[in-house]
Design a protein around this ligand. Structure first.
Ligand SMILES: NC(=O)c1ccc[n+]([C@@H]2O[C@H](COP(=O)([O-])OP(=O)(O)OC[C@H]3O[C@@H](n4cnc5c(N)ncnc54)[C@H](OP(=O)(O)O)[C@@H]3O)[C@@H](O)[C@H]2O)c1
Length: 333
């Protein structure tokens, strides 16, 4: 029996802002798995700011090119296995791309434990949760009583960073776009204070929100917000460089942030970039902590689930425009 396979192709590499027109829907048949491979059916496809960065050039993965199936991670179910260790019904997280079915080598895949709901495997127990955990605790190294600031604070990674910082006894300040989102940060997401970067002078607003300065800045966005935080850092502060979403969707910025390297020297700052895979050897401990916090109610999981494969392009465009609160994903099946 042949299985119908919908695919979204990246039809054109965007030069300016990403739009749904940069994608094209194609219809084909599911591939047959070769020896050592499994056939996967995607259940939920992850929408990530990095999806847009991959269109700009090589990052921690090679650059995307026009005409290929749009790349992306997914929570997927094994429907046929030609490899030991994986059986039909098993769930995996895999780089399936935006399609219903993908055949992939089993050696790159790990069976996921059961979780209720299964979407938590893509949010708090997936890349978002682990990125927040390692970036904050290993790179930011916050101490109780310190002030932690995070940008894209209502997003998938940022909303977890703020909560872990609170769990560690820190004062938390979130930066997000617009008054409604900022109100959400201090009500639903548990931040102590919020700064609206779209309201104007972010540097001054941060000075009011952090009168004693910033000990740890978790940077998801780069650009002007990075600069505003840099000028508010305390001596010996730490900056965890996680991503630069302000620079993914459009032309590259004309100049870099002011204060580099001068403020890094005079304030004895430490900046550390990281990619979540760097900490794979500590994954089990991180997942145990995240589980414990979720089970005890200390960590609330925020997910933004959109129904329907056909909505993938608009869902990514919307994420880049700040529509999402928490981890955005598209339910495919
Ligand atoms: N290093 C790693 O291993 C790793 C792993 C995963 C993710 N990341 C990084 O983590 C960051 C967050 O990614 P995510 O996938 O979780 O996305 P997300 O935070 O759920 O969504 C992106 C958010 O960025 C904000 N944003 C968009 N344009 C902006 C701009 N010009 N200035 C400031 N904020 C802007 C929007 O919120 P507003 O409404 O507030 O603008 C939007 O909701 C990204 O930089 C990503 O590359 C890094």
């Amino acid at each position: 029996m042949t299985l119908a396979n919908r695919q979204f192709l990246l039809d054109e590499i965007p030069q300016g802002k990403l739009a749904p027109e940069h994608f094209r829907l194609a219809h084909g048949e599911a591939p047959s798995p070769a020896e050592g491979e499994v056939l996967l059916r995607t259940r939920y496809i992850s929408l990530d700011a990095a999806n847009r960065a991959w269109m700009q050039g090589a990052t921690y993965r090679s650059a995307l090119s026009a005409g290929q199936v749009m790349a992306g991670g997914a929570l997927a179910e094994v429907v046929e296995s030609r490899a030991p260790g994986l059986a039909p019904g098993d769930l995996v997280f895999a780089d399936t791309g935006w399609q219903d079915y993908a055949a992939l080598p089993a050696r790159h895949l790990t069976r996921l434990p059961k979780a209720e709901p299964m979407t938590h495997l893509m949010s708090v127990y997936g890349i978002a949760g682990l990125t927040a955990y390692f970036g904050l605790l290993e790179c930011g190294r916050p101490n109780p009583g310190e002030t932690v600031v995070v940008s894209a604070a209502a997003g998938s990674v940022g909303s977890i960073v703020g909560q872990i910082a609170r769990i560690k006894g820190c004062r938390t300040v979130g930066i997000a776009g617009g008054p409604a989102k900022c109100a959400l940060l201090t009500t639903r997401l548990g931040f102590d204070a919020a700064v609206d970067y779209k309201a104007g002078d972010t540097r001054r607003a941060l000075r009011s929100a952090c009168p004693d300065g910033i000990d740890v800045y978790f940077d998801n966005v780069g650009g002007d917000i990075f600069e505003a935080c840099l000028f508010n850092m305390k001596n010996h502060g730490r900056i965890a460089c996680c991503g630069a979403v302000s620079q993914y969707d459009g032309a590259p910025p004309a100049h870099g942030p002011r204060g580099v390297p001068g403020l890094i020297v005079t304030r004895r700052l430490t900046l550390r970039g990281f990619v979540v895979m760097d900490f794979d050897d500590q994954r089990e401990k991180a997942l145990a902590d995240l589980h414990g916090w979720v089970e005890s109610g200390k960590l609330k999981v925020h997910e933004d689930i959109i129904d329907g494969f056909e909505n993938l392009p608009a869902a990514l465009v919307g994420l880049l425009a700040g529509e999402n609160v928490g981890k955005r994903m598209v339910k495919v099946a």
